[in-house]
Design a protein around this ligand. Structure first.
Ligand code: MV4
Length: 448
C-alpha cells in the first residue's frame, strides 16, 4: 500500500480523498494555488505545497508543478479527484514516466473514452446498446444528409472530441440539417481544435441514467447500479439520486451485468461511469467517464462502500474487495449540489461566508470545504457543498432532504438552496417523474 498520496485537486473532493487516506493510514499531501492558502483542504491534509498562482492553468492544471510537488513531498501516487487533470491521458503518461502511480484508469482507457466515436465503437463491440447513428465520423454534408434520411429526423450532431453537452446541434428536418452541420463543425473546431462530428438519432424525452462500474485491471469487475441525473440545467447536474426511480431490479441486473462484463473485458482499472439515455424502457450508451464523479456519494450511501478507498486499493495493485454478490442496495439516496450562485439566473457569487452550519443526524452527509469566515475565491467552480441524504425508501429520503436543508446555515453568500425547497414541492420531483428537459422547463415557467 502507498505511504503518501498527493491530491491534485481542491474543495470538497480534496477533503473526500484526504478522509479516505486518513482511514487507510496513508499520509496526504494537498497542493494549492496562492488563492487557496486559506482553503480547508490545505488545513486538513498532512502537508501542503503551493504550486502556483490563482488561475487553474498555472496551478491545478500545471503538470510540472504537480510532478515537482510529488518529488518534494515523496508522494508515491496522485489522486486527481474530478475535473482538472482527472481525464487527461497525457498527464497519466507523464505520471507513469516519473515512476508515480495515477489513481485511476490507464492512459489508453482514458484516451479511448475521450474520443466519443472510439468510445461508442468500443461500447458497441462489447455488447453495450448504443444510440442509432452514423458509423464513425461524418465527413461532409452529403454524407450527413444520407445518414439522417436513413434513420429519420430529428437527429443530433455531436463533436467527436466533445462530451458533456458541448458542441451539439439538433436538426428536426433536412431544411435544418445544413446549418446544424456547419455550426457543429465550426464550434467543434473552436472548442476542441478538431472539427470531426458524428450523427445520432435524437431522443426527445430521455432520462440520464448512468451506471457506476469498477474494475481492478485483473479481470474482475462489478457494477454498483445506476444514478438518475436527469435534473440538469445547461448540462450542469443539480440533483442526483440512486436507485433511479424508473429502473426495476430486473433492468438494473441486465444493464449492470452488460456494463460489468464490458469493463472486465476491457481490462479497465478503477472507477468509471457508463452514461446512458433511457427512454421507453431502453438504454442507449452515450459516453463513458473515466473518473470518480461528483455524485458518487449517492452510490456509496445505498451500497455502503467507500469508492475512494477502493480506487486507492486497486491503484496499489489489490484485487477488488467485493464481488457482485456482496453488493446489495439498501434504501434510497439523494444528493443536491449547493452552488455559490444567485437565483434566478444562477450567477456565480463568490464572497465571504459568515456563519456556516452543516446539518447532521441519521442519514445525512455533507461534503463541503466551507467554514465560517471562509472567503470563496472567484477563480474556480461554484460548487460549495454536496448534501447527501439516505433513507430506507424514497419518501424517507425526500423528507430527510427537506429536514436537512432546513438545518443548513450558509450566511453571507447566495446559494442554490432555495431551488431545492422549491423542487421538493413539485409533483414531478416527489413522484420521480421527470426527464432531462423537466428542470429547464420548470425554471422557464417559474420566471414567467
Ligand atoms: C443526446 C440527447 C438526445 N439524443 N443524444 C447532452 C450531454 C451529452 N452527454 C449528451 N447529451 C445529450 N445527448 C441523443 N442521441 C440529449 C442530450 C441532452 C442531455 C443529456 C443528458 C442530460 C441532459 C441533457 C440535456 C440536453 C440534451
Amino acid at each position: 500500500m502507498f505511504n503518501k498520496i498527493l491530491i491534485a485537486n481542491r474543495g470538497e473532493i480534496a477533503l473526500r480523498v484526504i478522509r479516505a487516506c486518513r482511514e487507510m493510514d496513508i499520509a496526504s499531501v494537498a497542493v494549492h494555488s496562492t488563492a487557496d492558502s486559506d482553503a480547508m483542504h490545505v488545513r486538513m491534509a498532512d502537508e501542503a505545497i503551493c504550486i502556483g498562482p490563482a488561475p487553474s492553468s498555472e496551478s491545478y492544471l500545471s503538470v510540472p508543478a504537480i510532478i515537482s510537488a510529488c518529488e518534494i513531498s515523496g508522494a508515491e501516487a496522485i489522486h486527481p479527484g474530478y475535473g482538472f487533470l482527472s481525464e487527461n491521458a497525457s498527464f497519466v503518461q507523464i505520471v507513469e514516466d516519473h515512476d508515480l502511480t495515477f489513481i485511476g484508469p490507464s492512459a489508453a482507457h482514458i484516451r479511448m473514452m475521450g474520443d466519443k466515436i472510439t468510445a461508442k465503437e468500443t461500447a458497441k463491440k462489447l455488447g453495450i446498446p448504443v444510440v442509432p447513428g452514423s458509423e464513425g465520423g461524418v465527413p461532409d454534408l452529403d454524407t450527413a444528409r444520407s445518414v439522417a434520411a436513413g434513420m429519420g429526423y430529428p437527429v443530433i450532431i455531436k463533436a467527436t472530441a466533445g462530451g458533456g453537452g458541448r458542441g451539439m446541434k439538433v436538426a428536426t428536418s433536412e431544411t435544418e440539417l445544413e446549418a446544424a452541420f456547419r455550426t457543429a463543425r465550426t464550434e467543434a473546431k473552436a472548442a476542441f481544435g478538431n472539427d470531426e462530428v458524428y450523427i445520432e438519432k435524437y431522443l426527445q424525452r430521455p432520462r440520464h441514467i448512468e451506471i457506476q462500474v469498477f474494475g481492478d485491471g485483473k479481470g474482475n469487475a462489478v457494477h454498483l447500479g445506476e444514478r438518475d441525473c436527469s435534473l440538469q440545467r445547461r448540462h450542469q447536474k443539480v440533483l442526483e439520486e440512486a436507485p433511479g426511480p424508473s429502473i426495476s431490479q430486473r433492468e438494473r441486473d441486465h444493464i449492470g451485468g452488460i456494463c460489468a462484463r464490458a469493463v472486465a473485458e476491457m481490462g479497465y482499472s478503477g472507477a468509471g461511469t457508463i452514461e446512458f439515455l433511457y427512454e421507453d424502457g431502453n438504454f442507449y450508451f452515450i459516453e463513458m467517464n473515466t473518473r470518480l464523479q461528483v455524485e458518487h456519494p449517492v452510490t456509496e450511501a445505498i451500497f455502503g462502500v467507500d469508492l475512494v478507498r477502493e480506487q486507492i486499493r486497486v491503484a496499489a495493485g489489490h484485487p477488488l474487495s467485493f464481488t457482485q454478490d456482496d453488493l446489495q442496495i439498501n434504501g434510497h439516496a439523494i444528493e443536491v449540489r449547493i452552488n455559490a450562485e444567485k437565483l434566478p439566473n444562477f450567477a456565480p457569487c463568490p464572497g465571504q461566508v459568515k456563519t456556516f452550519h452543516a446539518p447532521g443526524g441519521l442519514g445525512v452527509r455533507m461534503d463541503s470545504a466551507l467554514y465560517g469566515g471562509y472567503r470563496i475565491p472567484p477563480y474556480y467552480d461554484s460548487l460549495v457543498a454536496k448534501l447527501i441524504v439516505h433513507g430506507r425508501d424514497r419518501p424517507e429520503a425526500l423528507a430527510r432532504l427537506r429536514r436537512a436543508l432546513g438545518e443548513l446555515i450558509i450566511d453571507g453568500i447566495d446559494t442554490t438552496v432555495p431551488l431545492f425547497f422549491a423542487l421538493l414541492e413539485q409533483e414531478a420531483v416527489r413522484g420521480g417523474d421527470y426527464n432531462i428537459h423537466w428542470l429547464e422547463k420548470f425554471l422557464a415557467e417559474a420566471l414567467e
